[in-house]
Write a protein that binds this ligand. Structure first.
Ligand code: GLA
Length: 730
């Protein structure tokens, strides 16, 4: 068992290979947080209750003079009792009261980990040691039971947390906030790391020092959003990419979230993540239970790189659907930037043929194939084939594609409805809306109300029909606007605060049905690029369109932040045309290839317009990618140090068997008269020999790791270099 309950000290100790997480039941029954950090091998007799209780101006719990909750590291704190700091939860009772007092009642320790009904979460694999601790706390006055769930993945050093609240009383309780995880760290010498940006500029790494008070990121857009990722890390101020303590929290959820810290007046740092309490409320009637989504906690003593590797590994091995997690992904060609809405059947046939000759394996017809969809002003909801563009249906085209030996895929945007659509004329009341308020349009579309069972049924049956009739092998599931006027006629006035969460529960229900019913379809999620790139969606859909910005240089930073949490195999990255459609930049096609090969390589340009030289280059890229695909998609990824960090990026992919290593270097701007850079590889076998692919050059692992690779002289902006080494047998 990786969870030990010490009867004498009343401590719970979750023990991974390199991590410990310890809590204590205080004599009053309050649950305290003792420790989260490097592994403590033996905790027997370890004196953990060394909290300093001498401060003044804090309230004492009456009758328990020794106890000031404000001075204790409460594991899942309330606000307004003897603790006046930022709480992990907030409940409102029918008498208007907001004070809660939850104390230990019982606990269970079991092996394994159960799924959460209606919500995505990490699963377990055969042979893995995963144990679960459930601690039940109770508010005796209001008869509420709160269960704190902790699972530890022993070898992987992962702790997951979640919370359930059950109303055993006779009156309704309103949940205003129920964080998924909250941890108190005993100092504030941390930097807060978050992934922030916007459409076309998602998940840029931001690292800032923290100060007393609160700092947080959130989404109230109805989806996790382009603006911030549902993720937060605290790094010791001296931590680097490969050294130092880092604490991460990532939420397995796709809706409104909040993640943040609060440094209290004694310089403790509370760190927490969960559903965004802003505009959220949930009516918990007697006998009902509410589940908060799961948070995945990673501690690493090996810097941000150590933390990221743990996230990438666990999300690949225990979140992505079992059939897909280790299945190599096809090189795709997407029609969007090539044709936008201007799809012509014959031209698409030629496009597919040339793509296949260039080595591409999956043809994806993006937006524009259905209803009367000639632009973005119409037809979302009308999921039947555009007769003007495809008079004989999609079968002719898909047969042509399949005859080429390629797979066939299409784009859909099922959660949306265009006001100009047959669906809207039949069901104008199917939209998310707030009574008496104008519904804001965004990209000329409204959002379907997924809280309504009839809407969910419509989406499921419309998609079932599309998937079956087109015989598609792949679906790009898009969501191209945020949710405004979040409200629904499906619930009462006092339940409007539930709508955003109910929307996500409705979405998960749809995805659960469709992804299980069509296990052979490879799903890629998308929300105007990476507006819903989160662990919740990744549970259902094993890959994600990272960003609508396909510029190689912009992508360096977008992908860097993405890879802090998500595995390379989940990250869609395409080579597109230049000048780039988003930023107008022209980069060499070689560099576009190198950057796209950081994840799932695809192409999104008109291959019919490529020059012969470009075609040759693309052929070489796809051939190379097929050689290194296993290493990129199933291996270990590391950002490498470059001594020019504002102007260059380097990284490596190492196969799990360590037989192949691929190193890549991109320099942003050319510079006159500077020495070549050294790129030091990592994790090779020091005395093993590695041959540079396609040459006679052989290097020892030590040489590659300590002396490093030397970059060639870069003469132009946006140039890159790539090396593939194969280990020689002894
Ligand atoms: C979104 C996606 C794009 C493309 C368009 C189609 O913006 O992110 O990749 O599919 O929709 O309308």
């Amino acid at each position: 068992m990786a969870i030990i309950f010490n009867e004498k000290n009343k401590t719970f100790h979750l023990q991974g290979q390199n991590v410990s997480y310890i809590m204590e039941i205080y004599p009053t029954g309050h649950l305290l947080h003792n420790f989260w950090g490097g592994k403590i091998e033996k905790s027997d007799g370890f004196e953990l209750s060394t909290f300093n209780l001498d401060a003044a101006y804090t309230a004492m719990q009456v009758g328990e003079e020794e106890l000031s909750l404000e001075l204790l590291p409460v594991e899942y704190p309330a606000h307004g009792n003897a603790d006046l700091r930022t709480p992990a939860f907030d409940l409102e009772y029918s008498d208007g009261g907001r004070i809660s007092d939850f104390r230990y009642v019982r606990h269970t320790i079991t092996s394994g980990k159960a799924a959460i009904k209606g919500l995505p979460s990490l699963y377990t694999n055969e042979g893995q040691t995963v144990d679960t601790l459930e601690i039940v706390l109770k508010d005796e006055v209001k008869k509420l039971e709160m269960t704190l769930f902790y699972s530890i993945f022993e070898a992987e050093d992962i702790v997951t947390r979640r919370v359930e609240l059950k109303n055993l009383g006779t009156e309704k309780v309103i949940i205003k906030e129920l964080s998924s995880a909250c941890v108190e760290l005993p100092h504030h010498e941390f930097d807060m790391i978050q992934m922030s940006g916007s459409w076309g500029r998602e998940r840029h790494v931001q690292r800032n020092s923290i100060v007393p008070g609160g700092q947080y990121i959130d989404s109230s857009r109805g989806h996790s959003g382009h603006e911030h990722s549902p993720f937060l890390a605290l790094a010791a101020t001296d931590a680097t990419d490969s050294y130092g303590e880092v604490y991460g929290m990532s939420l397995v959820y796709s809706g409104n979230f909040k993640a943040g810290i609060n440094v209290d007046m004694r310089y403790n740092t509370r760190m927490q993540i969960g559903i965004n309490p802003f505009r959220f409320s949930w009516n918990l009637e007697p006998n009902e239970t509410f589940s908060a989504p799961e948070a995945v906690l990673v501690y690493s003593a090996e810097g941000t790189g150590g933390m990221s590797k743990k996230y990438r590994d666990i999300y690949q091995s225990n979140l992505i659907k079992p059939d897909y997690k280790y299945q190599e992904r096809p090189i795709l060609i997407n029609s969007w930037e090539a044709f936008y809405f201007d799809l012509k059947e014959e031209e698409l046939g030629e496009f597919a043929k040339t793509s296949s000759e260039l080595g591409m394996e999956l043809f994806v017809m993006d937006d524009g194939w259905f209803g009367k969809r000639d632009n973005d002003q119409t037809s979302l909801g009308d999921w039947f084939i555009h007769e003007g563009k495809f008079p004989n249906g999609l079968k002719d085209l898909s047969n042509k594609v399949k005859d080429l030996g390629m797979k066939f895929g299409i784009w859909v945007e099922p959660e949306m409805i265009s006001p100009k659509s047959e669906l809207f004329s039949k069901h104008p009341d199917w939209c998310i809306e707030t009574k008496d308020r104008v519904k804001s349009l965004s990209r000329n579309q409204y959002v379907l109300d997924l809280t309504k069972p009839e809407v969910r049924e419509y989406i499921i049956s419309a998609m079932r029909k599309v998937f079956t009739e087109t015989g598609t092998d792949y679906i790009k599931w898009d969501m191209n606007r945020s949710i405004t006027e979040a409200g629904s006629s499906s619930v009462d006035a006092n339940q409007q605060g539930e709508v955003s969460h109910r929307y996500i529960l409705g979405l998960y229900e749809i995805l659960e049905v469709l992804t299980n019913e069509f296990p052979n379809i490879l799903f890629e999620s998308c929300a105007g690029g990476g507006g819903r790139y989160d662990a919740g969606m990744l549970y259902y859909m094993p890959q994600t369109w990272t960003s609508d910005d396909t510029d190689a240089i912009e992508r360096l930073f977008i992908q860097e932040g993405t890879l802090y949490q998500f595995p390379n195999i989940s990250m869609g990255s395409h080579v597109s045309a230049c000048p780039n459609h988003q930023v107008g930049r022209t980069t060499p096609i070689s560099t576009r290839g190198v950057v796209a090969m950081q994840g799932n390589l695809g192409y999104e340009l008109n291959v019919l317009e490529l020059t012969d030289a470009e075609k040759e280059e693309v052929k070489e890229q796809t051939a190379l990618y097929k050689k290194i695909r296993g290493t990129v998609q199933l291996g270990d990824f590391t950002h490498l140090k470059v001594n020019d960090s504002t102007n260059a990026r380097a990284w490596q992919h190492l196969s799990k068997d360590k037989n192949q290593v691929v190193a890549s270097y991109v320099q942003i701007l050319a510079r006159a008269n500077v020495a070549p850079k050294k790129i030091k590889l990592v994790d090779l076998e020091g005395t093993a020999r590695y041959q540079l692919d396609g040459t006679d050059s052989i290097y020892y692992g030590d040489e590659l790791m300590n002396f490093g690779l030397t970059t060639v002289r870069i003469e132009k902006d946006f140039e890159s270099q790539q090396w593939v080494f194969n280990k020689l047998a002894d």
